[in-house]
Design a protein around this ligand. Structure first.
Ligand code: SAH
Length: 213
């Protein structure tokens, strides 16, 4: 599959839609304009790739809706060279958006099939996360901690303690919390023991599951 001027036009339109829906961070919108979302989907979805919708990506998982990707990315307040841990690599689209924003991304995926796919796809597209790993994101990546921020892209029944422990003081943890529906939740680490919590309305994610598959 190729990336054409037509795709670029559709991406520009998508960024405009996200801006209308309330995304204000210019770096997020630029990253959405830059990353060829159609290349993260099966070719059958090519015509739909720039609609603001989630789609299946195999292994019973989905690529998040662009609005959700943009909303979470905005909450992270990404700065260049920030070290970010992502739980749930999935298609690699969110990973790519964070890389385009200049972050050093460490991402974990529990579905081996998806892990293998993104390990091949991302470098092919010239996108180089710092580290992709196959494992259980509930545990975080203790060997690479601490992180400037952490993003969880699956619905979590509770906040995994290891993720809180692996966040720098001043760092931001963005996690959708809940079973059927999730409340987008932001934790800001104030000091060694205190976290400030903010909530941002309802979203719908596939579940964060334990162990590898
Ligand atoms: N960021 C992805 C979203 C994929 S959906 C994208 O843009 O495409 C969420 C992903 O989280 C799925 O791929 C699922 O397999 C993964 N996941 C679920 N539980 C996990 C866990 N405990 N550790 C790591 N990944 C997990």
């Amino acid at each position: 599959m190729k990336d054409t001027a037509k795709h670029q036009g559709l991406r520009n339109q998508l960024a405009a839609v996200l801006e209308q829906k309330g995304i204000t961070n210019k770096n997020v919108l630029e990253a959405i304009k830059k990353i060829p979302r159609h290349l993260f989907l099966n070719s059958g979805f090519e015509d739909y790739a720039y609609q603001d919708k989630a789609f299946p990506i195999g292994a019973g998982q989905t690529i998040s809706q662009p609005y959700t990707v943009a909303f979470q990315s905005q909450l992270l307040e990404v700065k260049k060279d920030h070290k970010i841990l992502e739980i749930g690599t999935g298609s690699g689209y969110q990973t790519a958006v964070l890389c385009a924003m200049g972050a050093k991304v460490y991402s974990v995926e529990r579905q081996n099939e998806l892990f293998k796919q993104t390990t091949v796809l991302l470098p092919k597209l010239g996108i180089r996360p710092k580290h992709l790993s196959f494992g259980d994101g509930y545990k975080g990546l203790p060997n690479h901690a601490p992180f400037d921020s952490i993003i969880v892209t699956a619905g979590a029944p509770m906040i995994p303690k290891p993720l809180m422990a692996q966040l720098k003081v001043g760092g931001r943890l963005v996690i959708p919390l809940g079973e059927e529906q999730q409340i987008m939740t932001l934790l800001i680490r104030k000091n060694e023991t205190q976290f400030e919590k903010h909530e941002f309305g309802e979203f719908r994610f596939v579940p964060l599951l334990e162990n590898k598959n």
